[in-house]
Design a protein around this ligand. Structure first.
Ligand code: FNR
Length: 183
């Protein structure tokens, strides 16, 4: 059956290079796999435990949170692409991941991670910051599925097509590995 990949961009910016990279992976997925990009990160409230409904307080799950959790649940694999902000990951992405901590939704979920930055050495610190969180969520990152893409603007054209051959190859491999790891 068709494998469903959920794309998540850590950048809310119009024309985001990270959003373009999700598209680039989607274009290279093996047949029988489809990517849907989640568009609701900006709708999530700031996480706080008392806003996280549970059986004890009996309140309903916030609709934006329910939508996020359903998107993760439906996905066979998740691909995050994120910029580096101040040597870490954007708050909007960390916030979204925090909303999944009380669930088991990411448990052993195949996960790909792209950290793209226009800087020559950019992206490594975002990756170093993100990986422990993904470990806390017990995601499974298959071989070849975490990629730092420094100098990203030199690797794509104005339409967002990846022009750097090595990067294009790595994105194809990432897609294939992620789909291969999906049950
Ligand atoms: C950045 N940028 C950045 N880049 C980097 O390599 N290391 C960093 O620490 C930061 N910090 C940072 C903070 C803030 C507030 C902004 C707005 C930007 C640059 C960033 O990587 C660049 O803008 C990317 O292009 C953003 O990704 P999108 O929006 O194109 O996907």
């Amino acid at each position: 059956s068709t494998k469903a990949i959920l794309g998540v961009s850590g950048s809310l910016r119009q024309g985001s290079t990270n959003a373009l990279l999700l598209r680039a992976v989607a274009d290279r997925l093996p047949s029988g796999a489809v990517m849907t990009v989640f568009d609701g990160l900006d709708d999530l409230h700031h996480f706080s435990p008392e806003r996280d409904a549970d059986h004890e307080n009996g309140t309903a799950v916030l609709p934006a949170v329910a939508r996020w959790r359903e998107a993760i649940a439906r996905a066979d694999a998740v691909l995050i692409s994120t910029p580096e902000y101040a040597f870490g990951i954007p708050g909007v992405l960390k916030n979204a991941l925090d909303w999944a901590v009380s669930t088991i939704l990411f448990d052993r979920k195949p996960m790909g991670v792209l950290c793209a930055s226009p800087g020559f050495e950019g992206g490594h610190k975002a990756m170093a910051s993100l990986l422990p969180t993904l470990t806390a969520l017990n995601t499974h990152i298959p071989e070849g599925c975490s990629l730092v893409i420094s100098s990203v603007r030199k690797k794509m054209d104005n339409e967002g097509q990846v022009t750097d051959a090595a990067t294009a190859e790595a994105l194809s491999r990432l897609g294939a590995q992620l789909v291969g790891a999906s049950e």
